[in-house]
Design a protein around this ligand. Structure first.
Ligand SMILES: Cc1cc2nc3c(=O)[nH]c(=O)nc-3n(C[C@H](O)[C@H](O)[C@H](O)COP(=O)(O)OP(=O)(O)OC[C@H]3O[C@@H](n4cnc5c(N)ncnc54)[C@H](O)[C@@H]3O)c2cc1C
Length: 467
């Protein structure tokens, strides 16, 4: 291991490090901070300029804002928490002329995402990680036995080579690194297509008068299925307004559709748009395996996003620290194979991956169900139970509530039956993910049973297979 005092960078454009992290988002910064804190040489490469780094398309809503991994503690990020008064979701259902106020379990905040982005970079830098901006990674280097041993990039126009014991891919949704790696013979999940992602766009909008719902995250279904609009108040007068749709669907005109909704809301009259950004985000189950010899994918690059809410910051931060711990073990033992890195997969599934895989079942259902039907049914459901279902992937409704909901929604009995059956399928899947294998050799067998359970999901929901 080289020391922190020595520069890892050689003037020749060839760099030799313990760990190369690609991407200076939440996942990359947390992984880099955790590894650098142990004294290892880490460089974070990002294609953005130093000024633009941390400027990332986001709804700015942070669920689980009460806890962050120690590598960059919450106290360091708090200056970016612009609204900590949000405590519930406000679901607007125009078809039913209904607004549901739904409590959200756990701590919530709305943040200034760019400021937060700068603070996590600062946190990783203070921990000892180096940052190379304006550096576009184009290729991953592999040894003859398939192990990843570095990356090639263009840095401000000149070719660079970064050799490393471990490469961590934190390059976000549909990471280009994965297109260049030969994953033959490893467990790394390659069953990934754009249709398992959502295309999303947001504007930061300034309004003159404080909005009445500054303590709520506002959601509204888009006119077509499998999409929603959001209005998240950064402050009483600065709103993150956005929308997204599943890429299985006909593309939406994101900019125009948002403009139309904004125009119809009186609170946005005379509003000014301060910033615009769009991106893809994974709305799928986590990768079955995000490891390959010498390489791990984290954050969006491994599908670590709640597929029903699109929230990915918490998964990126926690998954990154689990990957960092395996990278450290690999460096300490000099073993870089899947067997050493595997614990990372297990910890992700144990913490949030199993839950996200179960929630994905409802996403699949949403592509097959009639949106009006679903909305009128939701309007009849008890709000706290809906919240539980949305975040835990499962809920139990008492007999009396069931009877009330059934009476109110008697016109939608088919949909209720489908929902009930879908919940059973999601519960079975959750139970299977809770038995995620403890060794790479057992993955095939586990996948076979999981695929059988997914077949039952498609049959129950009537949806086209997603994987
Ligand atoms: C519109 C939108 C709204 C969202 N809203 C929310 C929300 O409200 N709450 C929430 O929790 N999550 C939200 N998410 C999801 C959340 O933003 C992501 O899950 C999270 O940012 C993932 O972090 P990451 O570090 O994995 O990836 P990213 O934050 O995407 O970081 C990836 C980094 O890699 C760099 N990079 C990519 N390719 C290369 C390359 N070839 N070479 C060098 N650098 C490269 C990029 O420049 C970028 O800095 C939203 C996502 C979108 C798109």
């Amino acid at each position: 291991m080289s020391t922190q005092e020595q520069s890892a960078t050689e003037p020749t454009g060839r760099h030799s490090l313990d760990v190369v992290v690609v991407g200076a988002g939440t996942a990359g910064c947390y992984a880099a901070a955790a590894i650098a804190q142990k004294g290892y040489d880490v460089v974070v490469l990002d294609r953005k300029t130093k000024d633009e780094a941390g400027h990332i398309a986001c709804g700015d809503a942070l669920k689980g804002a009460d806890s962050f991994p120690d590598a960059i503690p919450k106290s360091q990020l708090e200056p970016a928490f612009t609204n900590i008064d949000v405590d519930h979701g406000r679901f607007e259902i125009p078809q039913e002329d209904t607004v549901l106020e739904i409590p959200v379990p756990g701590e919530l905040a709305v943040i200034d995402r760019w400021k937060y982005g700068k603070l996590i970079i600062e946190g990783a830098r203070e921990a000892g990680a180096d940052f190379h901006y304006d550096t576009v990674v184009q290729n991953v280097i592999q040894a003859d036995d398939g192990r990843v041993t570095g990356v090639e990039a263009i840095r401000t126009g000149s070719p660079q080579r970064y050799d490393a014991e471990i490469v961590i891919d934190a390059a976000g949704a549909l990471s280009v690194l994965q297109d260049t790696i030969d994953f033959a013979g490893s467990t790394f999940d390659t069953n990934v297509t754009y249709s398992q992602f959502c295309s999303a766009y947001r504007e930061i909008v300034h309004v003159e008068e404080p909005v009445e719902w500054s303590d709520a995250l506002v959601f509204k279904p888009t006119e077509r299925a499998a999409g929603y609009l959001w209005y998240f108040p950064r402050t009483e007068t600065e709103i993150n307004a956005g929308l997204g749709f599943q890429m299985t669907e006909e593309p939406m005109e994101l900019v125009d559709d948002l403009k139309r909704d904004l125009r119809n809301r009186p609170e946005f009259e005379g509003a000014e748009v301060e910033d615009k950004l769009g991106a893809a985000l994974p709305t799928r189950r986590p990768y079955d395996s995000a490891v390959h010899p010498g390489y791990m994918a984290i954050g969006d690059a491994a599908g670590h996003v709640n597929p029903t809410t699109g929230g990915g910051i918490a998964g990126a931060a926690y998954g990154a620290t689990y990957a960092a711990e395996q990278a450290i073990e690999a460096l300490e033992t000099g073993t870089y194979g899947e067997a050493t890195l595997w614990t990372y997969n297990e910890r992700v599934m144990d913490h949030f991956g199993a839950r996200y895989a179960a929630l994905d079942v409802y996403n699949i259902l949403s592509t097959a169900i009639d949106v009006d039907d679903l909305m009128s049914l939701l309007a009849a459901m008890p709000g706290d139970k809906l919240a539980e279902a949305l975040y835990s992937g499962s809920t139990d409704i008492g007999l009396k509530l069931k009877a009330e909901a059934l009476y109110k929604s008697r016109d939608h009995l088919d949909t209720i039956w489908t929902l009930y059956q879908t919940k059973r399928r999601a519960d079975e899947l959750l139970a299977h993910y809770e038995n995620y294998p403890t060794h790479p050799a057992a993955l095939d067998h586990w996948q076979e049973r999981r695929d059988e359970l997914m077949q039952a999901v498609y049959e129950t929901t009537g949806a086209d297979p997603k994987y």
